[in-house]
Design a binder for this molecule. Structure first.
Ligand code: SDX
Length: 442
């Protein structure tokens, strides 16, 4: 049943409409601008003009620090309270009581599946884990030391050439088929990228295994006739996929929506989202944390490193967040998960440096004043490394989980009657009209 009030407690669609009274001191004119869901529509400001020639008022908001680009019912975050919910369910409950595929179903369909729905959903995804054999030739074209995230981004885009019918984005069946294919194939593409980088043969999916078990199979199977996944590690990976599944309008979701708004096929939009996630400020941060811990080397070097960060000579990777001004709820869950994984794999010695780094940072006014806390990327890499994933695979692991969130955001965009092709305006500060001077006179 749809919620009647937005999580922030404001009345939803049925509430009385409030207004903002704006006085333009340049003209003395007053304007009544409607307030809707705690926002004003930027387009309502265009009526504010100094004369008939005036284009009208716009808002200027680099990096969208204070701009809602869409209305969404998928994920709710309260940055001050450290709250994260998918379709109203708290992230810690989903991590504890659901599987990743259940959570992916929730993100896409809006409700948790019943037993029959989950069986059908799991079967549809499992029967789409294979990729066309030509994808292997595509992968083989990369250098042996190609970054696996670079390979992943390119291969997601390449999938669009194998499934031209995905362009029928207004056909619900075609959309759902692509959703099955992308969620089903991303672990295969990720594992193939890794196997290529270590010169090992590709391992085909084993559809008798669960989603996370099969990914471990395709990553780490050697000569044994059937890969036997470690149940604790497979469960930990499944939980990590849940924690990474969606995060409302983050940089890569914005890329998925912006590129998807041109009505391109979803493979191309997902490749753009994966490219955005690759950035060290976004999904690439989980790898940067490990590089940072390696650079620090030992606990006694932490004070000097912190001083460098405070002098502006670098960032404390895995810390800070545009929305969370409190502890990222996902980081808390990951920190607990680390203990379970390390019982199987042995403790990652870098955990001691990370814990000390966190302790010092959370006592230091520079970080406290800026409300910088560990985010999802601070501890996740320690688990991945303990599970024998190479560091440059970490952003790929993030992308596997996030694929279901990107697809949920993409589908919501397509079905939103208020959405059109994304085309922001600008504040032009360049030259006024001027004449070309001939080359001989320049
Ligand atoms: C993800 O958006 C999402 O939801 C993303 C994500 C998801 O699930 O999709 O949660 C996943 O991307 C998590 C973030 C991973 N990135 C990192 O860990 C990289 C390190 N973090 C920073 O780069 C930064 O905190 C961001 C990019 C995450 C957020 O940047 P903002 O919101 O633009 O904040 P800012 O850069 O304007 O920082 C405000 C101040 C600045 O100092 P002053 O100029 O005010 O003096 O805080 C400082 C920054 O220098 N600061 C940091 C810092 N992060 C911010 N200083 C040191 N170390 C840091 N990590």
């Amino acid at each position: 049943m749809e919620p009647t009030t937005a999580p922030s407690g404001q009345q939803k669609d049925t509430r009385t409409v409030d207004t903002l009274t704006i006085t333009d001191n340049r003209t003395g004119k007053q304007y009544e601008i409607p307030i809707d869901n705690g926002t004003v529509k930027a387009i309502d400001l265009r009526q504010i003009k100094v004369d008939a020639e005036d284009f009208g008022m716009m808002t200027y908001d680099p990096a969208f620090m204070n701009t809602a680009s869409c209305k969404s019912k998928i994920t709710f975050i309260d940055g001050d309270k450290g709250i994260l919910r998918y379709r109203g369910y708290p992230i810690d409950e989903l991590a504890e009581r659901c599987s990743y595929l259940e959570t992916a179903y929730l993100l896409i369909h809006g409700e948790l599946p019943n037993k029959a729905q989950l069986e059908e959903w799991t079967n549809n995804i499992t029967t789409h884990t294979f990729v066309h054999e030509n994808i292997k030739k595509f992968m083989d074209g990369f250098h042996y030391d190609a970054n696996p995230m670079g390979m992943f981004v390119s291969t997601i885009a390449a999938l669009s050439t194998f499934y031209p019918s995905a362009k029928k984005i207004h056909d619900p069946q075609e959309r759902m088929l692509t959703i099955y294919r992308l969620i089903g194939k991303v672990p295969t593409l990720a594992a193939f990228a890794y196997r290529h980088s270590i010169g090992m043969p590709y391992v085909h999916p084993d559809n008798e295994l669960t989603y996370a078990e099969n990914f471990l199979n395709m990553m780490f199977k050697v000569a044994e006739p059937k890969y036997k996944p470690n149940a604790v590690l497979a469960k930990a990976l499944d939980i990590l996929f849940i924690l990474h599944a969606d995060h409302e309008q983050n940089c890569s979701a914005n890329a998925m929506r912006s590129v998807g708004s041109s009505h391109v096929d979803p493979y191309s939009a997902a490749a753009a989202a994966a490219a955005a996630l690759y950035g060290p400020l976004h999904g690439g941060a989980n790898a940067e944390v490990l590089y940072m811990l390696d650079e620090i080397g030992s606990k006694d070097k932490i004070p000097a490193f912190i001083r460098e960060v405070k002098d502006g000579k670098g960032k404390l990777m895995g810390f800070g967040h545009r929305v969370y001004k409190n502890y990222d709820p996902r980081a808390k869950i990951i920190k607990k998960l680390a203990d379970q994984v390390f019982e199987v794999t042995g403790r990652n010695p870098k955990l001691d440096i990370a814990l000390e780094l966190e302790r010092i940072a959370l006592e230091d006014d520079y970080f406290v004043k800026r409300k910088l806390y560990p985010n999802v990327d601070f501890y996740s890499g320690l688990i991945y490394q303990a599970m024998k994933f190479p560091v440059d695979m970490f952003p790929v692991l993030f992308a596997i989980g996030r694929m279901s969130g990107w697809l949920a955001q993409w589908q919501e965009l397509l079905l939103d009657p208020e959405q059109k092709i994304a085309r922001p305006r600008q504040v032009y500060l360049g030259y006024d009209k001027r004449e070309v001077v001939s080359l001989s006179k320049r």
